[in-house]
Design a protein around this ligand. Structure first.
Ligand code: ZN
Length: 256
């Protein structure tokens, strides 16, 4: 998966982080992308860390080429931001504003990681910080998924960007199940960019996307609307955005 324009903008670090209250950090954990799923009777905390012995992440895939990883991250940011910038006015009122992108932190050295509303970042996670409007990710999370294929970083960034979009929408356009809506928006964004010609899919990308959604799906039963959903729900939500675009991700009651 790549951006044919190949403008390799450097990963810009966010500016000063101002403390605010009411942070919602979400947890995105690709627990075992390459191994068989644990049984449904083995609930997994969505906030748990990598499995023991996996300092480099769960991947059994090829060793990660760091410069290619950085290029794909930069490309994913550019593609996703470009999609929303180009299409916002077709969909919503007002003017599109990009979220800030803090980008990578090292989950093994959280002292240097950003905070969100005074809360520390967590290991092996990616998140959108609502009160400070920025996106960040543990580079080890990106690396681990990237070992399975480059589509991973596009999926993570498009999903987190989807949360930034939610935060820009009127309340009635935000679905109760925010995580599934973010997956839907990720599908709309990546396939919308494909239709625009700003993102090219390569062999294996579709499979990588579905594997990625499986990896981040919760095995637990739904307990509240903030849950991520199980793998099938996540793939279904992503597919709804892929097939129907952004509008298909909005609540039907919104009349949008
Ligand atoms: Zn999310």
């Amino acid at each position: 998966m790549f951006n044919p324009l190949r403008s390799l903008t450097a990963l810009a670090l966010g500016g000063a982080l101002l403390a605010a209250s009411g942070c919602t950090i979400e947890f995105e954990t690709p627990s075992s992308a390459q191994s068989p799923r644990p049984s449904a009777s083995a609930p997994r905390n969505s906030a748990d860390g990598p499995k023991p012995g996996g300092t480099g992440g769960p991947g059994q895939g090829a060793p990660v080429n760091e410069s290619e990883l950085q290029q794909d991250i930069a490309s994913a940011r550019q593609v996703v931001d470009g999609y929303w910038r180009q299409h916002w006015s077709e969909l919503f009122t007002g003017v599109y504003r990009s979220p800030r992108v803090h980008g990578a932190y090292d989950g093994n050295d959280l002292a240097g990681a950003p905070t969100c509303g005074g809360q520390p970042a967590t290991k092996f996670n990616a998140y959108y910080c609502i009160p400070e409007d920025y996106i960040a990710w543990d580079i080890n999370l990106m690396r681990a998924g990237y070992a399975e294929g480059d589509a991973w970083v596009y999926l993570i960034i498009a999903h987190e960007w989807g949360h930034a979009i939610q935060n820009r929408l009127k309340m009635d356009l935000v679905a109760q199940q925010k995580e599934l809506q973010a997956d839907c928006l990720a599908g709309a964004t990546l396939y919308g960019a494909k239709a625009d010609g700003t993102l090219l899919f390569e062999d294996g990308d579709v499979k990588e996307l579905s594997n990625g959604l499986v990896a981040v799906g919760d095995d637990t039963e739904w307990t509240n609307p903030q849950d991520h959903g199980d793998p099938i729900e996540r793939i279904t939500a992503f597919g709804r955005g892929r097939d129907g675009g952004v509008r298909a991700c909005l609540p039907e009651t919104a009349g949008a």
